[in-house]
Ligand binder design. Structure first.
Ligand SMILES: [Mg+2]
Length: 229
């Protein structure tokens, strides 16, 4: 029997990222790299190439800051409502494989399961409306409520105060290495990296953290081996 990459006997609390972990990052990439530049071109009446250059330059400037995840900030920067624009391609919001199986097992195990995301509240609300993930969660926390992005060291003690977990017996699953590193530095006990956040891109494995293609490698109940399905 192969071992799970997670030592479940030592995990009391589970923290899950949303975009690229529970949900396919394809939606977000298409939105920011195609939908937004096209809307920018229409709104400012310039050609697509110029619009794309301006939008990408603005992204680069905001990278690593909380503003990067703030739809209100982008609405102000670009001059049109970014949150509303998301509804145009909302049909592309999809679960990653085995998400329902993982969440169902976690829920059944009785462990608190928190969604912890850098996503803006409008984006979170839209995704909770369009997918069933909220059914299995104890709650959601956005980094905008905390005041720091998850990549930042200051985020973790504030989250811990808020939720009251023991870092040593907590698991975090995230597709961002910088987030996992900040959590590791704070003492989060077990960390899992998602190598396939975007269904239309090749896997990118982490060299620092256990890195998985899908949740089969970490399910608390190994359904395939135990012959349950
Ligand atoms: Mg993510």
């Amino acid at each position: 029997m192969t071992m799970s990459l997670v030592d479940w006997a030592r995990i009391h609390t589970v923290l899950l990222d949303m975009d690229g972990t529970l949900l396919d990052l394809r939606f977000d990439e298409l939105f920011f790299l195609q939908t937004v530049p096209m809307a920018y071109a229409r709104h400012h009446q310039i050609d697509d190439t110029a619009a794309r250059q301006r939008v990408l330059a603005a992204y680069q400037e905001a990278q690593g800051r909380l503003e990067w995840y703030d739809l209100d900030y982008w609405s102000r920067q670009f001059g049109f409502n970014i949150s509303l624009l998301k509804h145009d391609i909302a049909h592309l919001i999809q679960l990653r494989p085995q998400v329902e199986l993982l969440l169902g097992q976690l829920r059944a195990s009785g462990r608190p399961v928190w969604l912890v995301t850098n996503a803006h509240i409008d984006s979170l609300t839209l995704k909770l409306q369009r997918t069933p993930i909220g059914n299995w969660l104890d709650g959601t926390i956005t980094s905008h409520e905390i005041g720091w992005a998850k990549e930042h060291a200051a985020f973790w003690p504030l989250l811990q105060q808020r939720l009251g977990f023991d870092p040593a017996t907590t698991l975090l699953i995230d597709d961002a290495e910088a987030v996992l590193q900040a959590a590791a530095d704070y003492g989060i006990g077990q960390l899992i990296h998602i190598a396939t956040p975007n269904s239309s891109a090749n896997p990118v494995y982490s060299s620092r953290f256990p890195s998985i293609d899908d949740f089969d490698a970490i399910l608390p109940v190994r359904v395939y081996e135990e012959g349950l399905i």
